[in-house]
Design a protein around this ligand. Structure first.
Ligand code: FAD
Length: 315
């Protein structure tokens, strides 16, 4: 079994569900080490041990975030060498994919993105064409770099906890030398809502909200849910692109997905059709979203959502 290295970027004080999924997947493939960027909280260290991580690598430099992704790719290449990794796993975010591409060049490694499962022999299965098909591929290089979509693995701690040792990895100077440097950051106001990718409940709005996400946000807040959106809504500038669900947005797999004023185009379905329960609110009874909805309400979202919010608040 090949050694596996999982990249964990700025874990904060708790690992995200998608990271736990990577650790679980890694363990099914071989001994799993992690390369952490950022502070390592003691609760995070404890979780790494619970998930059977055998080694923890940290960078010699603390300012990797100041160099966009090039410094992270350089660090990860050095950590992959130290871990003798045959497989490197990253999350499937735009940044994860960019790091993967740079890492592929540094390690002369095959890169496979949008992975949904990996067999013990390293064959990766990836979704294509908005999730309509799954294809299989295996890197023929010594090292493979895989970016894995969230919500395709059930996180499971190891049967026996480990006691990983921490080592410092020297970040190669060429990762920072010629790279652009971040000079300022704008702090986004915290919404107080759960992270869209990990949320148990998502309330999403589309073109039907006609510029007013108020009813969607109020229902989301009553349910403790994250707010999602179709691309029509994000392209119109009614809500941030971070909220986009779908082929070119986030993939979500919540217990409950409430879709309001969204027609259910194939590219939207690609990001939400694995939700356990789908409730659709649409005033057009012929809308394709009703083909995959478990519960459908034919009606105006501006009537239905406030009524639902009011009822939920009473409980
Ligand atoms: P529409 O299709 O216009 O549907 C609006 C719906 O709202 C209609 O069904 C209408 O009946 C209903 N409605 C209107 N008013 C009300 C009301 N008051 N109450 C209730 N219902 C109402 N789309 C994504 O979502 N995510 C992606 O990641 C994505 N990626 C794409 C990638 C590519 C390469 C391409 C080509 C397209 C992509 N799209 C994506 C766009 C996708 O094809 C659709 O155009 C988009 O999903 C439509 O958004 P919508 O359902 O909000 O709008």
């Amino acid at each position: 079994m090949a050694n596996v290295l999982v990249f964990i970027d700025n874990p904060g004080d708790a690992l995200k569900k998608s990271t736990l999924e990577l650790l679980t997947l890694g363990r099914s493939l071989g001994e799993t080490a992690v390369a952490v960027n950022g502070d390592l909280h003691q609760d995070v260290s404890a979780t790494l041990a619970e998930y059977g991580v055998t080694a923890v690598f940290r960078p010699s430099a603390q300012d990797l975030d100041d160099y966009l992704v090039s410094a992270k790719a350089a660090y990860l290449a050095a950590a992959a060498g130290a871990a003798r990794a045959g497989t490197v796993l990253l999350d499937n975010s735009p940044e994860g994919k960019e790091i993967a591409a740079r890492l592929g060049i540094r390690l002369n490694a095959g890169v496979i993105t949008d992975v949904v499962a990996v067999d013990a022999d390293g064959t990766a299965h990836k979704s294509v064409l908005a999730g309509s098909y799954t294809t299989s591929a295996r890197a023929t290089t010594a090292v493979s770099v895989l970016t894995v979509k969230a919500n395709n693995v059930t996180p499971e701690p190891a049967s026996v906890a480990s006691a990983p040792e921490t080592s410092i990895v020297e970040v190669p100077a060429d990762g920072t030398a010629a790279a652009a440097r971040v000079t300022a950051r704008e702090q986004k106001a915290a919404s107080g809502r759960p992270d869209l990718s990990d949320a148990r409940i998502v309330v999403a709005g589309g073109r039907g909200v006609d510029g007013d996400f108020g009813p969607v946000e109020q229902l989301a807040d009553a349910l403790g849910a994250a707010v999602g959106a179709s691309r029509a809504a994000t392209d119109a500038g009614w809500i941030s692109h971070d909220a986009q669900v779908g082929q070119t947005g986030k993939t979500v797999s919540p217990q409950l997905y409430i879709s309001a004023g969204i027609s259910g185009a194939i590219q939207q379905k690609a990001g939400m059709q694995t939700a356990k329960v789908i409730v659709a609110v649409n005033k057009d009874a012929e809308s394709p979203i009703f083909e995959i909805a478990d519960f459908g309400i034919i009606g105006d979202l501006f009537d239905v959502l406030p009524q639902a919010t009011e009822e939920i608040k009473k409980r």
